[in-house]
Design a protein around this ligand. Structure first.
Ligand code: GLU
Length: 443
C-alpha cells in the first residue's frame, strides 16, 4: 500500500501550534513509509477563505521544512463533489430537508425536555413529492442530509485510540450541503480522501465523531476507508492551551528566535512515550515516529520547554544552515566559536561585535593594569598562527605567577569587554593580533 497522508487546513487564519503539529505528524508518517504528503486547502467556504492565508500556509510549511509532495484545492473540485452527490442522491443516501434553524432548535429542546438524545428525527424522509413541490413553489430550497445506515454499526481500529465503536442510530443524519448549494466540510472531505487514495487520515481527536459519520460516507461512495489516527489535543502546561499559546504560529516562533528544527523536535515527541530531545535532523524524528507511541492523554505544550530545546538545537546547527542569518564576515570558525553561547542565532551578531570591536572599556585596578601591561608585552611576542590564547596565558602565568580567575578574567575583560562568553582559545584567533594588542593597551 502506498502511504498518502494529507494536511487539510481551512485557509481562514494562520497555522498555529496545534495544526502545525498535525501537519508535522502527517509529514513524518508519509516520510517514514516513503509515501506522499499532500496539502489540501479546504476552501469550500468562499466567504471565510482568504488567499493570503493560503500563501501563509505554504510559506509556514516551507519554513518548517514540511514541503508537500502535492497540493489540492477543494474550490477547484466542485464538479467532482456535484457528481458524487448526484450518485448519493440517486441512491437515496442524501435527502432534502427543509427545517429552519429555529425549528431544529425547538425539536432538540423538546427531545431534551423528555430526556431523549437530541437526534434529528428524520421528519424530512416522510415528505412526499407533493410536499417538496410545495416548498419549491414557495421558493424554499432544501438543505441536504446524509442518511446514515442504522443497520451498519460503525467500527474502526484507530491507530492511536484503539478499537472504536459508534451506533449510527444514536447520531443525527449530518447536513452535508446548505440550501444555497454550498458544501459543509464533511462530504467533500470524504470524497477527496477517497479520490486521492489517502491511506491515513491523521487529525485531532475533535474529529472522532466526524470519522464515524465519514466511514459511512466512504461505504456509500463505494470507497475503501483510510486508516485513522486521532491525536489527543494540545494543552498548556497548566491545563487548557491558553489563547496566547494556542495562537502561537510560525511568525511568533520566528520573532522569538525559535528555529524550525526546535518546533519539529518538540511537536514530534510531546504526547508520546519518546522523550523530547534536541534532534536537528528530521530523519531521526522520522525513524522513531510511530502512532503506537502516542498516549491518549493530552499532549502538554510548554513554551519554556520549546525555548530550552531551541537553545540546544542552536548549539548544534552547522554553519551552512545558518550562514544566511549571520553578520557579514562571520565565517564557519566564527560561528562555531560563538554557537555554544547563543540561545538564538540572531545573537551571533552581538558576539561578532565583540570580535570586530570596539569593545566596552573596563576600569581596572592598578594591579590588573600592571598585569595587562605585561600581557600586552607578551602578546607582541607570541606566535599568533598557532594557539595564541594558550601561548599568552602560559607565558603570563610564568611571568606573573597568577593563575585561575585572576589570570583569565582581566584578560577576558580587556579583550572582550565582558566577564563571560565563548571559549577564549577559539575567540582570540578571531580577534587577531592587531585588535588584541590594541585592547590590551589600556594604560
Ligand atoms: N479542514 C478541516 C479542519 O481544518 C480538515 C479536517 C481533516 O483533517 O479532515 O478541521
Amino acid at each position: 500500500m502506498t502511504v498518502i497522508t494529507r494536511f487539510a487546513p481551512s485557509p481562514t487564519g494562520q497555522l498555529h501550534v496545534g495544526n502545525i503539529r498535525t501537519a508535522l505528524h502527517n509529514w513524518l508518517w508519509a516520510r517514514k513509509h516513503g509515501g506522499r504528503f499532500v496539502l489540501r486547502i479546504d476552501d469550500t467556504d468562499a466567504e471565510r477563505s482568504e488567499e493570503r492565508f493560503v500563501e501563509a500556509i505554504r510559506r509556514d510549511l516551507g519554513w518548517l521544512g514540511l514541503v508537500p509532495d502535492g497540493e489540492e484545492r477543494q474550490s477547484a473540485r466542485f464538479a467532482l463533489y456535484e457528481a458524487r452527490f448526484e450518485n448519493l442522491r440517486a441512491a437515496g443516501r442524501v435527502y432534502p430537508a427543509y427545517e429552519t434553524a429555529q425549528e431544529l432548535d425547538l425539536k432538540r429542546k423538546i427531545q431534551l425536555g423528555r430526556g431523549l438524545p437530541p437526534i434529528y428525527d428524520r421528519a424530512a424522509l416522510a415528505l412526499t413529492d407533493a410536499d417538496r413541490a410545495q416548498y419549491a413553489a414557495q421558493g424554499i430550497a432544501p438543505h441536504w442530509r446524509f442518511r446514515l445506515d442504522h443497520d451498519a454499526p460503525i467500527e474502526w481500529d484507530d491507530l492511536i485510540r484503539g478499537p472504536q465503536h459508534f451506533d449510527p442510530a444514536t447520531m443525527s443524519d449530518p447536513v452535508v450541503r446548505r440550501a444555497d448549494g454550498s458544501w459543509l466540510y464533511m462530504l467533500p472531505s470524504a470524497i477527496d480522501d477517497a479520490e486521492m487514495a489517502i491511506s491515513h487520515v491523521v487529525r485531532g481527536e475533535d474529529h472522532v465523531s466526524n470519522t464515524a459519520l465519514q466511514l459511512q460516507m466512504f461505504a456509500a461512495l463505494g470507497a475503501p476507508p483510510p486508516a485513522f489516527a486521532h491525536e489527543a489535543l494540545l494543552t498548556g502546561s497548566e491545563g487548557k492551551l491558553s489563547k496566547r499559546l494556542g495562537s502561537l504560529g510560525v511568525d511568533a516562533f520566528r520573532e522569538a528566535g525559535i528555529e524550525p528544527e526546535a518546533v519539529r523536535a518538540l511537536l514530534a515527541r510531546i504526547g508520546t512515550s519518546d522523550s523530547v530531545e534536541p534532534i536537528v535532523e528530521a530523519d531521526a524524528l522520522v525513524d522513531t515516529f510511530d502512532f503506537a507511541r502516542f498516549g491518549r492523554a493530552p499532549a502538554r505544550f510548554d513554551e519554556e520547554e520549546l525555548r530550552a530545546l531551541n537553545t540546544r538545537i542552536v548549539h548544534q546547527l552547522p554553519y551552512d544552515r545558518v550562514a544566511g542569518a549571520l553578520p557579514a564576515g562571520m565565517d564557519a570558525a566564527g560561528w562555531e566559536t560563538v554557537r555554544p553561547n547563543l540561545t538564538r542565532i540572531a545573537d551571533a551578531a552581538d558576539w561578532w561585535h565583540v570580535v570586530e570591536g570596539p569593545v566596552a572599556a573596563t576600569e581596572f585596578d592598578p594591579d590588573d593594569r600592571a598585569f595587562l601591561a605585561e600581557a600586552h608585552r607578551i602578546a607582541g611576542t607570541i606566535d599568533w598562527a598557532g594557539d595564541p590564547w594558550h601561548a599568552l596565558t602560559g607565558d603570563l602565568k610564568a611571568a606573573t605567577g597568577r593563575k585561575g580567575k585572576p589570570l583569565f578574567l582581566p584578560l577576558r575583560r580587556a579583550l572582550t569587554g565582558r566577564d563571560s562568553g565563548p571559549d577564549m582559545a577559539q575567540l582570540l584567533p578571531l580577534i587577531g593580533r592587531e585588535r588584541a594588542l590594541e585592547r590590551l593597551a589600556i594604560n
